[in-house]
Design a protein around this ligand. Sequence first.
Ligand code: PXL
Length: 276
Amino acid sequence: MKRIVTVQDISCLGKCSLTVALPIISAMGVEAVILPTAVLSTHTGGFTGFTFRDLSEDIPKIIDHWKAENIGFDAIYTGYLGSFEQIDQMKAFVDAKGDNTLVFVDPAMADNGKLYTGFTPEFARHMATLCAKADIIVPNLTEASFMLDIPYVESGYDKAYIEDVLKKLCGLGAKCAVLTGVELEEGKTGFAMYDSKTGEFSYYQNNKIDAKFHGTGDIFSSVTLGGLMRDKSLYEALKLAADYTRKCIETTMPERDYHWYGVQFEKEIPYLVERL
Ligand code: PXL
């Protein structure tokens, strides 16, 4: 059985970051070790007055203990990081990894043209230096724009634009870049990927459900990593992630007023497990 470590916050209530990564990766039959970056009472999207406990001080000590115990990982998956220092800590963690550890970076920090509460454009440019060390990065178009310091284009783009952005993302240093929330046709959404080694671009589009939920990017990343660890190709893992995320949104729609802060991914775990 594969063992991964996922580095992101615990939003105690909010169905994002570790509270979705841990159950999803575990359900996919992969050991999920966690390294919490911060503990928040809720996520930062739509709640006010949330608490935020920064765990930067603990991170190197936790990593050192694992090292002393000779624990290695098949993948390092980073998500929401709470400070510049944590980006540097993750760069050092990646530099010290074994040869067979996949580095998967979700630069979770922005969406819909805006940075999440608490982040700055400088933070995004620093996140780009962690992306430089990754095998696979999965920004949405907003995160890509902030990291590349290019204007955010909301709609009306074509494949040529997407391919230019993907190439620029790999230009940062990442081996494979995946863009999420790519809408190439009215009523559709999906991902685009570029493998800098083969020079190949791939696309996948699904029917779009017109609703925004927090945490869906984290669900997408968790399923992608789980799929990779279960020996799917990157494209197959991404396709499963896109289909599952869509299914979770669809399932939540009738109860969206009650569950506005995150999707009911729990109900669709069987869908996921059946497709491994
Ligand atoms: O899902 C991304 C995410 C993760 N962690 C925290 C967040 C968000 C999105 O808003 O606020 C704390």
